[in-house]
Ligand binder design. Structure first.
Ligand code: FES
Length: 148
């Protein structure tokens, strides 16, 4: 049933009318108008929809509005990731670019908890983010550069 939901996104409150079971990704893109978070598979497999909920990386397509009540949602539009963005540009990471917002969100969550990750920690943190162009080597290089 549609009801009034309040969502805290990138530090701002949004009051929307939606089903509390609606995935956050839908609300972000279609209601709030933040289209940086991408729809890839819609079933938790690709990571294109990665957001932060209270700082932790989550799948926007599998996270419902009722799960984020009272929590801070952060999207690619609001995440503090200046160093990552700079290295993404310097290393020409994106090819088609579609998955890259999700990649940066996962990388940002990693660096927030592990400022100088090992190769293994990077692989583990990024394993859920699929890139069909195969930009993985550049993603990894950019994360390492941003971390040092
Ligand atoms: Fe959510 Fe693919 S769109 S994991």
């Amino acid at each position: 049933t549609i009801s009034t939901q309040t969502l805290l996104v990138n530090g701002k409150n949004f009051t929307i009318n939606a089903d509390p079971n609606m995935p956050v990704l839908w609300a972000l893109r279609d209601i709030i108008g933040l289209s940086g978070t991408k729809f890839g598979c819609g079933s938790g497999l690709c990571g294109a929809c990665t957001i932060h909920v209270d700082g932790a990386p989550m799948r926007g397509c599998l996270t419902s509005l009722k799960q984020v009540v009272g929590k801070q949602v952060t999207t690619i539009e609001g995440v503090e990731a200046a160093q990552l963005r700079a290295k993404w540009a310097e290393y020409n990471v994106p090819q088609c670019g579609y998955c890259q917002a999700g990649q940066i969100m996962s990388a940002a969550a990693l660096l927030a908890t592990t400022p100088t990750p090992t190769d293994g920690q990077i692989d583990e943190a990024m394993a859920g983010n699929i890139c069909r162009c195969g930009t993985y080597p550049r993603i990894k290089a950019a994360i390492k550069a941003a971390a040092t």
